[in-house]
Structures are given as C-alpha cells and as structure tokens.
Design a protein around this ligand. Sequence first.
Ligand SMILES: Cc1cc2nc3c(=O)[nH]c(=O)nc-3n(C[C@H](O)[C@H](O)[C@H](O)COP(=O)(O)O)c2cc1C
Length: 276
Amino acid sequence: MDLQFTVNQDLCIQCGACAEDCPLRVIEMESGYPVLNPSRIRLCIRCQHCLAVCPTGALSIFGFKPENSLPLPESLPSVQQLTALIKGRRSTRRFLAEPLDPDLIRQMIVTVANGPTGKNNRQCLFTVIEDPASMAVFRHEIMEGLRRAVAEKRLSEGLSYFRHVVSAWDKGRDIIFRNAPHLLIVTVPPTITTPDADIIIAMSYFELLAATMGIGTLWNAMIRWAISTINVDLYQRLNIPEDHIKSYALLFGRPDVEYHRTVQRDEAMINLVSLA
Ligand SMILES: Cc1cc2nc3c(=O)[nH]c(=O)nc-3n(C[C@H](O)[C@H](O)[C@H](O)COP(=O)(O)O)c2cc1C
C-alpha cells in the first residue's frame, strides 16, 4: 500500500508529533525524521492525524498537501457561536417550496463527510432527493401506501397515528413531509462496525451545517416507520443497496419560518461520578 508519505526535511523540526499522534503507530522516527514502519503500513486507517498535527506543514500523505487544509485554530467558530448554533438550531416544520442549488447540496455533503466514523471507515452513503418532482413522487408513494395500510387495517397499534396523518393529508395538511423540497437518507454497508453512530453523526453534522446556512432541517422518524409499514421497497427505488443499514430521514430546504431566540431547556441530567 503506497501512502504517498513525504516529509519536507527543510520544514520538519523533528518534533516527533506525527509519530506520537499516529493511532496505529505506523510512523516512527528514524535519524530524527518521521518514516513509515513497513511492517505496520497495512494498519493505517487513513485518519491523516500526521498531516493535521505537524506544526510546520512539513508532511504530506495520500497526495494531500498541508497548504490545502484549513489553518487551525483560527478557522474554528468561537465558543459563543457554537453554543448559539447548538441552542438555536430548530426543527423546521414549515418549508418554502423552492429547491436548493444542487451544487450547494453537494458541497454540504462533502463537508459533512468529514465527520468521525468508527475506525475511520467513511462508508456513509448520502442519498438525496434533489428535484421537487422526485420529492412529489416519493411523498405520493408514501401517502398512498399509508392510505392502503389504513384501509386494509394493517396498522399496528403503535402506528395507528398514521390514520390521522392520512386524513390530514386529504385536508391539505402534510404532517410527515411538511412540504420540504429535499430529503437526505444516510446509510452504511452492513460490514461497518459502528453503523448507528456513523449515520447519526453524519445527519447531526448536516443539520448543524444547514443551520449556519439558513437552511432548515427536520429529523424524521415517521418516514422510516412509514416505509417499514407500507412494506414497499422504497429504499430500492432510491437506489439504496438492499443490505445497507437504514435509519431516520432528514428533510431539508429553505424555511418558511424564522426563530428569533433560543428555547430554554430544563437542566441537563448530569451524573457526576467520583470514585476516589
Ligand atoms: C430521531 C428523531 C426523529 C424525529 N422525528 C420526527 C418526525 O418524524 N416528525 C417531526 O415532526 N419531528 C421529528 N423530530 C423532531 C423532534 O420532535 C424535535 O427535535 C423536538 O421536538 C425538539 O424540537 P427542536 O428540534 O426544535 O429543538 C425527530 C427528532 C429526532 C431526534
């Protein structure tokens, strides 16, 4: 495996930070400079910590040059900004019909794909409904499937709520989709060791990034339950591989609502432990 690992000896200050931070000890110091340990190269999880930790930008790996990374810490948001983002993000249940620029959606996903995944597997598949016509078809298929399930009395007790969803739909109220123009579903192959976390982290990052861009999101359990209830392989229609692990959906688009302040939640439940 060629990791394209190069060290600019003019810039390297021989601090050893890259070797120290390598989680699988693939890098070691030799004659003062970092080198790859040939017997451990196959263990590399491609995390790029070596590139990120080098204080002088002397190290390149996988062909990635340090000058193409964002500089830290000056690029990070302030504590106040991130606190406001976490407290100020809201579930959007009123969307404008206008679709987002497809390039913008792609850029968002490229950013979000930087989130952590178990063993740095990075196998999340981001399935997006981009055009409103497809969204309309998807919405229609779910609603008609639910209508059939209601008529044929196939709803389990826990999902009898869908009866109201269908009757609201007939009166022009879209309780599941809230007229959102787009949908994101993140899935991972079954071979992944941390599927649930990888999916939820990717979705959470998407939600937060969207909030900074004035884009509203709505986590959606109802779509997941609806698909399992109506028993039609809508995932297949979305080109999601059959064996992929599925989770919740995220609706998104420009909000037709503006929030002017954060909400004020109850105190967090904290279990501070002292065993000494
Ligand atoms: C996993 C998950 C699934 C959710 N599913 C739905 C849903 O199907 N429909 C809906 O309107 N809201 C859904 N929500 C949104 C929650 O109701 C919402 O986060 C909560 O009421 C707090 O409001 P806030 O997000 O504005 O802080 C879901 C949230 C999560 C985390």
